[in-house]
Design a protein around this ligand. Structure first.
Ligand code: ADP
Length: 257
């Protein structure tokens, strides 16, 4: 039985086709979230990638910020539940998920069965989210996917003292003007995001194993700084940005059982 999960985020649309609630047979990831053509195109690409037609899908679940605008779904599910299901599917021992997406950050506690017990969210401030990294990468004219490479070459991370994204933008520009190395600046930027999220995480009981989900999980600079700040290793999967969509496909499968 094939089920489908779509995660329509603030910046990116993600889809997963799953077979029998176990095997991922098709995926897609397209920049462009709610209010764009990306969700429809992401659906098309994932089905093509899986070699499955819409008619063959037993169930479709939508999650993410834009889930309620997606009418072609049998279920609309919160991203907290879906990230929990997706992370537990990938790492059965995971008890704490740190999700950093394009516009918010969440820390989710799971019980040993993978059910959500508690969560905390920052959706009020861009600092501590992917948005902060996107803004800074834009100023420095570096693709977000390359920030981690700069971190790896840093000698001494720069201090970013502004807690507001707009002020931090000016601070980064003035540090650049003062000759601070690009690598040290990027490491400071990643460390600043990690610091904000670590403060959020410390307000919840961090039980290992810990994993990251969301697009920022791909940034090893943030991951390493976060791991150091919370004092726990952080599990990483290349599918981390797809955890919400994986969870949605699993949810549809459970419902159709
Ligand atoms: P949303 O669901 O809100 O759209 P995502 O979980 O998809 O958010 O994450 C989007 C964020 O992930 C972007 O803001 C960007 O900073 C980050 N990101 C995307 N791709 C990469 C990458 N290759 N390396 C590092 N960060 C990335």
């Amino acid at each position: 039985m094939y089920t489908f999960g779509i995660d329509i985020g603030s910046t990116t649309s993600k889809c997963v086709v799953m077979k029998d609630g176990t095997q991922i047979v098709g995926t897609s990831l397209l920049v462009g979230g709610i209010g764009t053509k990306s969700p429809a195109e992401a659906v098309r690409q994932a089905l093509e990638n899986a070699g499955v037609t819409r008619e063959e899908l037993a169930g479709v679940a939508a999650t993410g910020y834009g889930r309620n605008r997606y009418e072609d779904a049998d279920y609309h599910v919160s991203e907290l539940s879906c990230h929990g299901l997706g992370a537990h599917h990938t790492f059965p021992g995971v008890r704490t998920i740190i999700d950093i997406g394009g516009q918010d950050a969440k820390v989710i506690s799971l019980d040993s069965e993978g059910r959500m017990q508690n969560f905390l969210m920052n959706d009020k401030c861009a600092a501590g989210t992917g948005r902060f990294l996107d803004v800074m990468a834009n100023i420095l004219v570096i693709p977000v996917g390359e920030l981690a490479d700069y971190c790896a070459r840093a000698k001494e991370p720069a201090q970013i003292s502004s807690t507001c994204t707009v002020f931090a933008e000016s601070e980064v520009i003035s540090q650049l003007a003062n000759g601070v190395e690009m690598e040290d600046l990027v490491a400071g930027i990643c460390s600043s995001v990690a610091g904000r999220v670590a403060s959020l995480a410390k307000r919840i009981n961090i039980v290992p194993e810990v994993c990251m989900s969301g697009g920022v999980a791909q940034n090893a600079g943030v991951r390493n700084a976060l791991s150091e700040k919370i004092g726990h290793p952080i599990l990483f999967s290349p599918n981390a940005q797809l955890f919400g969509a994986i969870g949605a496909a699993l949810y549809a499968w459970e419902k159709k059982q």
